[in-house]
Design a protein around this ligand. Structure first.
Ligand code: CMP
Length: 140
């Protein structure tokens, strides 16, 4: 199990000024931020990042949403990072997310769901490399 995962604070949460509250949650849960950068994704970048979903009916709306404003991709460190981060963000659909999770408290809908978290170590590695080069990742 890897020690790093990729998260994104999505445009809905950024525009509602939830950035600080979401960062506070993950720091209080023992995650350490090792990289972060505000980004306004181009359509090409968003399509590439979400390429696995390109056949899904929600793909075009997802790209519109993810390019609607800046987002904040970050790399965080924790033992078993992927699983532990997914636990604190909650289910994709905020209506199904457990009490006290980030999506339950800050997400609007299944699409505008406040945060992204990698779903496996393999994808975490790919998604970290999508946003950051090694010199931008400040591990000790
Ligand atoms: P995320 O975990 O970033 O991965 C894919 C994204 O697609 C998801 O969060 C949502 O923002 C969006 N999405 C929109 N509709 C759906 C759906 N029906 N099922 C899963 N993801 C959806």
């Amino acid at each position: 199990m890897g020690n790093y995962t990729l998260g994104i604070i999505k445009p809905d949460a950024i525009s509602k000024n939830y950035t600080g509250k979401i960062i506070d949650r993950l720091l209080n849960s023992g995650f350490k931020i090792v990289a972060a950068r505000l980004e306004h994704l181009s359509r090409e970048q968003a399509k590439q990042f979400y390429a696995v979903h390109k056949e899904r009916p929600f793909f075009n709306d997802l790209i519109n949403f993810m390019t609607s404003g800046p987002c904040l991709p970050f790399v965080i460190e924790h033992e078993n990072a992927v699983e532990n981060f997914r636990k604190i963000i909650g289910a994709t659909n905020p209506a199904e997310a457990a009490k006290g999770t980030i999506r339950r408290d800050f997400a609007e809908s299944i699409q505008n769901n406040a945060v992204h978290g990698s779903d496996s170590d393999k994808n975490a590695e790919k998604e970290i490399a999508f946003f950051f080069i090694p010199s931008q990742i400040h591990t000790v």
